[in-house]
Design a protein around this ligand. Structure first.
Ligand code: ADP
Ligand code: MG
Length: 755
């Protein structure tokens, strides 16, 4: 018997229960032991029998007045019954189904603690299937003053409560789990042979319990702290392994080498003269870090975080420019290439235009590649403009290395797009996929050869004659950018293989969004709509953000408060304030093209008001939109609200954000009020992390991290420790020497990459 042993091998489990276990992902001993209690029941909260009511969870100390075993009349199920009596003088009938052995464990006269659900039928109180534990004495008072001497009973006062699943015969109850776990943990052989994936030295250093002890503390705690110590270990374990996987990757791609990019002072100056403002401190620092990375000959993997409007594009343009001004390795001509991937068509076009504006005067060719729109800059006829060309033409220009910078959507990864010397990949707003996309974008030498041979794509004879260096196996640098502020601790744990740059300051002269929070009421609405109308009359536009698309399921009480985009649009259309304006609708169930069209129409002021669920594309810049109304504000995290309002920060006009919150208490408004004066998204993300946990920031389900580790992510010290140790382990493949660790690593990798 070891961690990998299937549960069915050591326990007799009915097919119905097996099915439930499968659904719960509990197949092996390891699965079961890693099924952590959600909380602990406390024997110490003692009730008296007299005070128990129907449906209560009772914890009583009682004397056993009599025990008997029998079978039910009809179904012949074995039952144990006991009569219990406590200091209150009342009696309680305890009953256990299908556990005949209990009649042998309890004797008349025994004193014990009992815990279970109480029911009252025909005036008789009954407790079904109670947990029990014999004790030497019972407290006279229910306050338990007898225990103040710290006797043994005090220490055994906890029992674990687990997440349950299934119904009827297939039910896997908390109690079922408890019994199986107890059985497993009472097997000495198993415990003695339990190998710990975390090296002992690390455990000692951070005073963490061994795997064996942690299992015991977790499932069979004697005191509250036991459970906590165990959790600490398992949280460390999880974060340590996630980081180890990342750090091993980091070491690996460090070794794969990359282009050295070292722009001289002149080139750097050229770039800085390409626009008429000064870089902010955050921008300069980031550019400096990128230049450091570029020198090393190792592929850069940098995540740039900065609020919407903090000026990430300029940083990207700098990196792109320096790359494009560099000749490929072992080649006396040509330029390194850049691929810039944006999440949407509109964004790609915006970036394309911006790059032309900033970099257009330096003799670089810039391409645009989306599924619908393919363009090239400069046009032969008008060198100040771009021009539409065929996809095939652009693909060939990319293959021949003539296009230095290609901005596009996912279309960049499509068939027959091959770069000649890809030096840098920039990923906008999809940091989770950054590395995958770099891998997909890097030249695929075999496919490329095949495509050229079959005539699907043509390599220019002229260029071939010049003698191209073969750089197909060099990994491009990666710059990943996001406006989703992730607190440093979180970013380090989840993206530990990326280096981090933060832009925390805004370009000078940017107007702060005037933000106000209102309890949802008719008078407040009137006031806000009035203010909004004034802005619309000045020719501005407005967003209205709603938490849900359809009308909510009336069964769900809390959902009743949710404003739906569809009904909000309908009610705005009827509202006096907005009768002169046309209203567009954008929600997550719409097709991508439809969404793009609506967004484009809003951009072109065909709609003055855009009602939207939270899908409004991050980063799309509608400079004329200066008002935002957010419905159901209490349903969003602070950093999410902050991101929404970032969309009205694009112009020189004063922007406004009005948040309606449903909630009777002032607390809701107080929680949200932090947003009024926060300096940047990071501050709010940290607040979210403290108030609502990591799930809030990452989106609950998407990260593949357990709740336990999520919770631990609040603990900076632990994360730093896990980071330090995993870095050391990854260096020079030291981890390879730890057999148990390598085994565990394989499992964790599978889980991480399952996403
Ligand atoms: P984001 O970080 O959201 O991608 P952008 O790069 O789109 O932000 O920048 C928003 C606007 O701010 C752009 O119009 C850009 O030209 C301008 N901008 C960027 N950096 C500065 C700066 N240092 N000073 C003044 N304006 C700047
Ligand atoms: Mg941007």
């Amino acid at each position: 018997m070891n961690l990998g042993t299937p549960l069915t091998k050591i326990f007799r489990i009915s097919p119905a229960k097996q099915k439930t276990l499968q659904r719960m992902g509990l197949l092996t001993i390891e699965d079961l032991l890693y099924h952590f209690p959600t909380r602990y029941g406390d024997f110490m909260q003692v009730n008296s029998i007299a005070e128990l009511r129907d449906g209560d969870t009772g914890n009583i100390y009682a004397e056993v007045m009599g025990v008997r075993a029998r079978k039910t009349f009809k179904s012949n199920i074995p039952i144990t019954e006991a009569i219990l009596k406590d200091g209150s003088g009342e009696e309680l009938r305890a009953i256990w189904f299908s556990q005949p052995y209990i009649s042998k464990m309890l004797r008349t006269g025994d004193l014990a603690r009992f815990s279970g659900t109480v029911s009252v039928k025909k005036g008789q109180k009954m407790i079904s299937n109670p947990e029990f534990q014999r004790v030497n004495s019972i407290p006279l008072e229910k306050s338990g003053s007898l225990f103040a001497d710290g006797s043994k009973e005090m220490e055994m006062a906890l029992f674990p409560i687990y997440r349950e699943s299934g119904i009827k015969n297939g039910k896997i109850s908390s109690k079922w789990i408890y019994h199986k776990v107890k059985k497993i943990l009472s097997n000495r052989d198993f415990l003695e042979n339990l190998a710990d994936p975390i090296p002992e030295k690390i455990l000692k250093k951070y005073k963490l319990p061994s795997l064996k002890n942690a299992f015991i503390y977790l499932h069979l705690p004697r005191k509250t702290e036991d459970g906590e110590i165990a959790r600490k270990r398992f949280a460390f374990e999880e974060i340590f392994f996630i980081q180890l996987v990342k750090n091993i990757e980091k070491e690996k791609y460090k070794k794969s080498g990359s282009f050295i990019i070292k722009p001289n002072k002149e080139i750097q100056k050229k770039f800085l003269n390409s626009f008429d403002f000064k870089l902010t401190e955050g921008q300069s620092e980031t550019v400096a870090s990128i230049l450091e990375d570029f020198k090393k000959g190792e592929p850069m993997s940098r995540l740039l975080e900065g609020d919407v409007g903090s000026g990430k594009t300029i940083v990207a343009a700098a990196a792109a420019f320096f790359t494009a001004m560099t000749k490929p390795k072992d080649q006396s001509f040509g330029r390194l290439q850049v691929a810039y991937m944006a999440p949407t068509e509109i964004l790609a076009k915006q970036i394309f235009k911006e790059f032309i504006k900033i970099l257009g005067s330096h003799g670089l060719q810039i391409g645009l590649l989306t599924s619908k729109d393919v363009q090239k800059f400069p046009s032969k006829i008008n060198p100040k403009e771009s021009t539409k060309i065929s996809k095939k033409k652009l693909a060939e220009a990319i293959l021949n290395g003539e296009i230095s910078i290609t901005v596009g959507t996912h279309a960049l990864i499509s068939k027959n797009i091959f770069f000649e010397n890809l030096g840098l990949v920039i990923i906008d707003e999809q940091h989770r996929f950054g590395k995958k996309q770099r891998a997909a974008l890097r030249s695929k030498p075999e496919e490329k050869k095949e495509a050229i041979k079959s005539g699907k794509i043509r390599k220019s004879e002229k260029i071939l004659k010049k003698g191209l260096a073969d750089n197909d196996n060099i990994l491009p640098h990666l710059l990943s950018m996001t406006a989703t502020p992730i607190p440093r601790t979180l970013a380090l744990s989840l993206y530990g293989d990326l280096d981090l740059s933060l832009i925390t300051d805004m370009p000078a002269g940017r107007k702060k969004v005037k933000t106000d929070i209102f309890i949802d009421s008719e008078s407040h609405r009137k006031k806000v709509y009035g203010e909004a109308q004034k802005e619309l009359e000045k020719g501005r536009q407005m967003y209205v953000i709603c938490p849900r698309i359809d009308d909510p399921d009336p069964d769900k009480l809390q959902a009743l408060n949710v404003k739906s985009a569809i009904s909000t649009k309908a009610s705005l259309e009827k509202d006096e304030h907005f009768k002169n304006y046309s209203i567009g609708l954008l929600h997550s169930k719409m097709k991508k093209e439809e969404k793009d069209r609506v967004m484009e129409d809003f951009l072109n002021n065909k709609y003055q008001i855009l009602v939207s669920t939270s899908v409004v594309e991050v980063g799309v810049s509608v400079a004329n939109a200066t008002v935002m109304i957010i419905e159901g504000g209490e349903r969003f995290g602070l950093s999410q609200l902050h991101q929404f309002r970032g969309r009205v920060m694009r112009s020189s006009h004063q922007p406004y954000c009005y948040i309606f919150a449903n909630g009777k208490s002032k607390k809701t408004v107080d929680r949200l009020s932090v947003i009024k004066n926060a300096k940047n998204g990071f501050e709010l993300a940290e607040a979210d992390l403290k108030q609502r946990g990591a799930g809030e920031i990452l989106g609950n389900k998407q990260s593949g991290i357990s709740d336990l580790a999520m919770d631990a992510l609040k603990n900076l010290k632990m994360i730093e420790a896990a980071r330090k140790e995993s870095e050391l382990m990854a260096k020079n493949d030291r981890y390879q020497k730890e057999e148990e660790l390598v085994k565990k690593l394989e499992k964790i990798k599978k889980r991480i990459y399952m996403e």
